[in-house]
Design a protein around this ligand. Structure first.
Ligand SMILES: CC(C)(COP(=O)(O)OP(=O)(O)OC[C@H]1O[C@@H](n2cnc3c(N)ncnc32)[C@H](O)[C@@H]1OP(=O)(O)O)[C@@H](O)C(=O)NCCC(=O)NCCS
Length: 111
């Protein structure tokens, strides 16, 4: 039986950047994805990174809050992110922002 593949074109990615002068000190990506199962899209947060010299000053919180606000603006019904088991402090940050520990991540690495 043949498998058909239909590319969808509505998906989008938004890069968030915080600057100090010309220097990028924090960044993160928000992906807005659509499928046929929901009328509304959902969001994925990836690569939240704050420059080491600027950590623990609230920038990570600020950039993730901005992404939550944008996901709501884009009419998302949920926002997902993944974090390694080895980063409990990061989990604390996300939990403080309202994210729930919801499931397991399965990953296939390609060379
Ligand atoms: C995770 C990260 C984005 C947090 O940015 P930040 O600007 O330091 O975050 P904030 O100042 O807004 O909040 C700090 C909170 O984050 C949590 N946290 C996560 N990692 C931390 C770290 N290495 N040191 C201290 N707090 C950390 C704590 O809960 C802390 O709360 P507290 O200030 O009440 O103790 C930043 O540590 C980072 O870039 N880490 C490397 C990349 C990474 O792991 N990204 C997440 C991928 S899922």
């Amino acid at each position: 039986m043949k498998i058909e593949q239909h590319e969808t074109s509505k998906q989008k990615g938004i890069k968030f950047i915080m600057k100090h002068g010309d220097q990028n000190i924090a960044s993160a990506y928000l992906y807005i994805l659509y499928n046929d199962f929901h009328k509304r899209p959902f969001g994925i947060v990836e690569y939240v990174i704050v420059d080491e010299a600027y950590r623990s000053q609230g920038l990570g919180t600020k950039i993730v809050k901005a992404m939550i606000a944008e996901a709501k603006k884009q009419n998302c019904y949920k926002l997902l992110l993944w974090s390694r088991y080895s980063k409990p402090k990061v989990h604390l940050l996300y939990k403080k922002l309202g994210f729930k520990d919801w499931g397991k991540e399965f990953r296939l690495n390609f060379n």
